[in-house]
Design a protein around this ligand. Structure first.
Ligand code: NAI
Length: 308
């Protein structure tokens, strides 16, 4: 199977690297608008094959969409990342134009493609990709909740001195510092509820650190993170290509599920070779439902900017 990754920057290159190292796809095309950039990164990655022992092939191209023809999955990471002090929302104008054009080009050459949106503000970009492409809703998936959930598990793991892989914990809602909702009451360590193991103060600390997880890294690194975002995108691509049916929080188009409609918002979904296959209902408390409502309002306000 063939996967295209658009944007050979920090997140795109890391996504592609994860995909080829683990032989998730036979062929990866890395595309960037900057002359020679994707070619260079692809060659560098190809030269790790002898050392790491993978068979996947990767090629880099400069804005040549004919090379992407027949892709089963495309990951869109093109756009500008945020700088320290910026919110994801401030990227909207520039990234909306880029995402719209990229989606059109991808669909023209790969009409059956499943598209994973990474560019920020991700929920709005996912909504835009769906509306502008006219693709069936199941083939447009926003990556944000998978990353935020991994960061949530990291914070819980730090507090409990527990392995992140033993934790079950998800973040739903918008992919923004103030719109994400780490569901601490539902989080478990094996089968034990986290809320029974930690004080209210400790739980609150985990929630706060999770919500500013991306901003913390941006102020430390000077630009936004890429290792965990790239790993999260590659894990979702793997679930599609290998038809794994894994559960991720992903931004998908809602038509009444969780009480919201005409919006792309992070909810738990099963991901397989159809794209997102179905939304998993979770029993939310009144407080959690209220937070989701506020999160949806903020995302909707951002979507409105697209039509202003
Ligand atoms: P980056 O600046 O390292 O890479 C972006 C790349 O996109 C650049 O190489 C640029 O030349 C390319 N590009 C720009 N316009 C293009 C076009 N029209 N066609 C093809 N390529 C184009 O940025 P980075 O760090 O890789 O972040 C990429 C995006 O992903 C940003 O919008 C960032 O905010 C977002 N992001 C989203 C996350 C999520 O969880 N959804 C996590 C981390 C980043």
């Amino acid at each position: 199977m063939k996967v295209t990754v658009v944007g050979a920057g920090a997140v795109g290159a890391t996504t592609a690297d994860n995909i080829i190292r683990r032989n998730i796809a036979e062929e990866v095309v890395l595309l960037d608008i900057k002359d020679g950039f994707a070619e260079g990164k692809a060659q560098d990655m190809s030269q790790t094959a002898a050392l790491l022992g993978f068979e996947s092939k990767i090629t880099g191209v400069t804005n040549d969409y004919s090379s992407t023809a027949g892709s089963s999955v495309a990951v869109i990471t093109s756009g500008i990342p945020r700088k320290p002090g910026m919110t994801r929302e401030e990227l909207i104008g520039t990234n909306a134009n880029i995402v719209k054009t990229v989606v059109e080009n991808l669909v023209q050459h790969s009409p059956e493609v499943i598209i994973l949106i990474v560019s920020n503000p991700m929920d709005t970009m996912t909504y835009l990709a769906l509306k502008s492409s006219g693709l069936p809703k199941n083939r447009i998936i926003g990556m944000g909740g998978a990353l935020d959930s991994a960061r949530f598990k990291y914070q819980i793991g730090q507090k409990l001195n527990a392995a992140a892989t033993d934790l079950n914990a998800i973040v739903i809602g918008g992919h923004g510092d103030t719109t994400m909702i780490p569901l601490i009451q539902h989080a478990t360590w094996n089968s034990v509820r986290i809320s029974e193991l930690l004080t209210a103060e400790e739980q609150n600390d985990i929630i706060q650190k999770t919500m500013v997880g991306g901003a913390t890294l941006t102020s430390l690194i000077g630009t936004s993170a890429w290792y965990a975002p790239g790993a999260a995108a590659a894990a979702m691509v793997e679930s599609i290509i290998r038809n794994q049916g894994k559960l991720f929080t992903a931004s998908v188009y809602l038509e009444g599920e969780y009480g919201h409609e005409d919006i792309a918002l992070g909810v738990p979904v099963i991901i397989n070779n159809k794209g997102w296959d179905r939304i998993i209902p979770m029993p939310l408390s009144d407080d959690e439902q209220e937070l989701l409502g506020k999160s949806a309002d903020a995302v909707r306000k951002m979507n409105q900017v697209l039509s202003d």
